[in-house]
Ligand binder design. Sequence first.
Ligand code: FAD
Ligand code: NAD
Length: 474
Amino acid sequence: DEQIEPDPSKKTLVILGTGWGSVSLLKRLDTENYNVIVISPRNYFLFTPLLPSCTTGTIEHRSIMEPIRTILRQKKASVKYYEAEATSIDPERKIVRVTDNSEVKGATTETEVPYDMLVIGVGAENATFGIPGVRENSCFLKEIGDAQLIRKKIMDCVETAAFKDQSPEEIDRLLHMVVVGGGPTGVEFAGELQDFFEEDIKKLIPEISDRFRVTLIEALPNVLPSFSKQLIEYTESTFKEEKIDIKTKTMVKKVTDKTVEAEMQGPNGKEKVVFPYGLLVWATGNAVRPVIRDLMAKIPAQKDSRRGLAVNEYLVVQGTRDIWAVGDCAVAGYAPTAQVAGQEGTFLARLLNNMAKTEALEEKIRDLSGSLNLKPGNAAEVSREIEEYERQLRRIKDVKPFHYSHQGSLAYIGSEKAVADVSWFNGNVASGGSLTYLFWRSAYLSMCFSSRNRLLVINDWLKSKLFGRDVSRE
Ligand code: FAD
Ligand code: NAD
């Protein structure tokens, strides 16, 4: 019984974003309870944990994308999807302003979408801390387009370095790949890059092979600050073997089209260092999106929040009654990870399903109570029915607040090694190495969105192992 037009008896639930938070919500939401509208500039879900592998072609990008239309088709009641960006939210009028920023434009590119209930899962953008030159000269690693650009640029640097009569200094610069930010994104990318070089480029273009270098720059005293000490040391020593140069206590201050300028904290104080580069990948974490900053400015209760929308333990945006936030744009006291966003989305689905059930039960109780006066003969039976509904209602209403359960942290560090901080049987297991790598592969495979994705990823892994990665520059 597909329903195309919105049902006036139902509330309109607008969901912003098609990432980890919003899609986990959609997966478990009983869509028949609401008129559901999804708005996102990206018409697919992206499995971000395998994005670093797309930068070198170990995995082809379409293998980790799942179209939102396919996801929505599996829902019981029809859900509307608009490919657009939310540009502003008006919590007073309960309206979201949206813009179609895609390449193909129709006569209408901007409009308003009213909501009764709003879930915000728009994620975050890349932090640059206003450091000059970063936006203009770096590649980021957040979206599919970023990974494609990096893949193209790596090969462009390699082919340009191999060009006839290239000077030795220029070859060194072009083959110097600089990664800024020693969080998991920077570390995983550096590992993938080194693999690509060792396993493929070296064989195909041996004449430049001793000049290729990867440098990872981190402002803090060590990389992977969120992992345990033992795994930090394991990562740092593996990188040393892989010849990835880690520069810790080094803060980037300025970027030009060919150099990165940084301040290094040495034993004798601060020292300025300049790194000429061919490719620069910037991975220094998250910043708040403009649409979120704008909404925060409209809500007095958000005045002291800096890193995103402050939410309560039911993920309700503080200072509002009908807006919820999940994932990287919400501040609930957890790290901005897919694991957290996913669990928040699942929690919210349960909450919204319950709210709909509660309303239906309350309505039934109201109707029955009304009929009690009309048909006094049935009083005993009706009262029993009311009691049963009230019991159900109490059970449903008793929703526990959101509680995050940490399943562990995993990161790939190159040369078929991975690190894992996993809690098992109430204890913490920290492990690193090739077995952990197999664990990493099977864990990520099992987390893939669909069996279609899973099959494609296995196929990509086999393909790059058997035939090498595809180095054609598209
Ligand atoms: P996202 O998944 O980023 O989704 C945001 C959605 O909102 C997107 O669909 C976007 O198009 C949409 N959107 C953006 N702006 C608007 C707007 N104005 N209006 C409407 N929609 C909008 N976490 C882990 O736990 N494990 C990992 O292994 C891991 N690996 C990672 C690897 C990389 C390379 C990166 C970048 C991140 C990784 N993360 C990992 C972190 C994880 O991806 C994020 O924490 C997670 O994606 C957050 O989910 P989200 O739903 O908040 O945002
Ligand atoms: P991050 O915030 O974890 O790390 C960024 C790093 O950049 C920090 O260590 C910071 O000290 C450094 N930095 C900042 N400014 C700098 C400067 N000017 N010069 C040098 N270094 C500078 O960012 P991320 O790695 O992109 O991760 C973002 C989120 O996504 C995190 O929550 C992370 O846990 C999650 N994530 C998880 C995985 C995984 O579990 N495998 C992979 C990727 C991302």
